[in-house]
Design a protein. Structure first.
Lengths: 395, 395
């Protein structure tokens, strides 16, 4: 199905002009009968489903071939099932619609830009979040997006203010393509301030929408758009989201199509992180702190395992088992005799005394008037006694 | 077993002077035979277990009755199994030792302060974390501790710098008792700067240790102390913890005794939150953001259900379903005719026109040269169009 005037393609363009995106009844009919037959039925006024009866007249007034030609002149093409470029993953939105009566795959996607859709989203992760992002959230979103891009993963987002913008910018900064899914026609810039951002996105990646060129954004269309962001990517990362946030809607869609939902935590005192914490606490979203965590969750099992966080090597790590036992027996504040340390360490007096001498040479212990004690120039990270090589927190 | 010279009590005091706390072999023997018989065996040099052979001589040199009397003169008492004040929950440490070969219940606890141990820890939660706490972490720890205290839950911690200190202070600020579990004798102050804090804790709550008065802290004793913090409370909250942190050791002990482990998230850019995020990400710790979340996890099922976070009421919430449908069909930027909005909303022209008039009166939409459009004075929190009543984020 490569011709611009293929009947199925024309029917999809036409049906896309009839109603609002994300109508599960229409999507299900198209899956069952094909777009051309659905359009034919509607055109002949056989009301197959209870879709509005003035549909036939409106269908007859449409010019899908003209739509495609006008779009082509603006560098916009319509990608639909049957095209090599169509991402097969979107079919999961039809399965979700069958199970939940919500959503459905888009009839097709209008795309603008240099990228090829199927290749771009073959390994793609959506990074979304609050428009009222903090500098913290925007910074983390940009960083994760850049790291994902460097790892060869395409970042998908919605080109909104805040987190979306930071995610696209992070991907672009890492010299990678990124995909922006809009709630209006791909020939429009919403928000208008992101006209340049969308041009940069199109230069190497794609600007995508299921709405025909010229369409204006509405709240319904934002919600429908969110299902495409979730459905086209391997998983969804929510960076900051207030309790009432469109990003949580995207996370819901990701759950509906059984894709990992991931959340980046933030301060519990920060309102834009509340929604993310709720997602992790009550909706089983996975906590992620960096791109490696994301890759682990969206990759086939075992192919990306996030290395556990390691503390920097500790001077203690270089000690022998005996030396460590003795060191653990040395009091923190006042000194102790070698015999008392030996008892605490459970070692003989001779081995203890030898180890103490080595520990003194290495700067771990010192002998004082009251006996051996730890050198008090440092502090472990938390509930242990002071150990050299780390700074001591103030009381 | 209330007498100061009860043989079992004296044996526990004596055995407590023999080795280091948290020896699972000794704990298991005491569970099986009772402290008095274990002490008798050891005293008669029957080496029942491979405990060191010089033990008999040392046991004979001890003066447990004198220890108790000297302690009593300083206002310190020894609480052990059989006493009404003994918290039965600590027996789980023996079960954990049987399964894992680590830990074991303490032989007894030396306590100092006005509180009664069993009553204080009947509903207790430990709040622990990094000594190198940030102001964020200390603030959250103090807040959660104060809220738990207000809810009638005793906060248990380790009196260390940072999170521990903030937790005790939060509890004291809420005019509640709190319990400090030390890695040294309860007559000592470690860190020395917390001498006043420990006095305040003892005024209404308790300072507790399994080590006899006079004992100095060592690293081993900090680790053994952590098992008591975990074992004596219903659950453990970790507020900030670097990757190598004693607080994570406490969390491990809590897991071993099957108590909820909870973590307070923070910025992913903050090193002291890294250990907490790892705990949530890889160890199934529960993310908590406030005391209500903690209460939900440590209370019998259903008795405390954390109310979901709610956004402040939205002007939209007061609209009728029809008005909302129409509003959702009004374009964000350029205007649209009533007929076009009716089509988008799926409503009749008349009902749409009526709703538009009401929406204009309520300040949601305005009519412009190009038709109806949303009033552009506000913005929803995230990926929706602008709605009155909220400030708009800057691009």
């Amino acid at each position: 199905m490569s011709g611009l005037h293929d009947p199925e393609r024309l029917a999809r363009v036409a049906l896309g002009r009839l109603g609002e995106p994300g109508d599960p009844r229409l999507a299900a009919l198209v899956v069952d009968l094909g777009a051309a037959r659905v359009a034919e039925h509607l055109r002949s006024e056989q009301d197959v489903t209870g879709l509005a009866t003035d549909v036939a007249a409106r269908l007859r007034g449409l010019d899908p071939a003209g739509d495609l030609e006008r779009a082509a002149r603006e560098g916009i093409r319509f990608v639909c099932p049957g095209d090599e470029e169509w991402p097969p993953r979107l079919a999961d939105l039809d399965h979700a619609a069958q199970l939940n009566g919500r959503g459905g795959a888009p009839l097709g996607l209008w795309v603008r830009g240099a990228g090829r859709l199927d290749a771009l989203v073959d390994r793609a992760v959506s990074v979304v979040g609050s428009r009222s992002a903090t500098t913290y959230g925007a910074g983390v979103a940009g960083e994760i997006a850049a790291e994902l891009t460097t790892a060869g993963v395409t970042v998908v987002s919605g080109a909104a203010y805040g987190i979306d913008q930071a995610a696209h910018r992070g991907a672009l900064a890492a010299r990678g393509p990124t995909v922006a899914v809009l709630a209006c026609g791909v020939d429009r810039a919403y928000p208008a301030a992101h006209r340049d951002l969308l041009r940069y996105v199109a230069d190497t990646g794609l600007v995508v929408s299921e709405l025909p060129p010229g369409s204006a954004p509405t709240k319904l269309r934002f919600l429908a758009r969110n299902r495409i962001i979730a459905g086209i990517s391997l998983g969804t990362v929510v960076v900051e989201a207030a309790v009432r946030s469109g990003a949580l809607n995207t996370a819901n869609w990701a759950s509906l199509v059984n894709r990992p939902v991931m959340g980046v935590p933030g301060p519990v005192t920060s309102a834009p992180s509340e929604g993310v914490h709720e997602l992790i606490r009550t909706r089983d979203a996975s906590l992620v702190t960096r791109a490696a965590d994301v890759l682990e969750l969206v990759s086939p099992a075992g192919s990306h395992t996030s290395a556990p966080r390691r503390a920097p090597e500790h001077p203690r790590d270089r000690l022998s088992e005996t030396e460590r036992q003795v060191l653990d027996g040395v009091p923190v504040a006042t000194g102790a005799e070698s015999a008392s340390i030996a008892r605490t360490a459970g070692l003989s007096a001779r081995r203890t005394a030898e180890a103490l001498v080595r520990l003194r040479a290495a700067g771990f212990v010192e002998s004082s008037a009251t006996g051996w004690r730890l050198v008090a120039e440092g502090d472990t990270a938390a509930a242990g006694p002071r150990i050299p090589g780390q700074t001591r927190p103030r009381p």
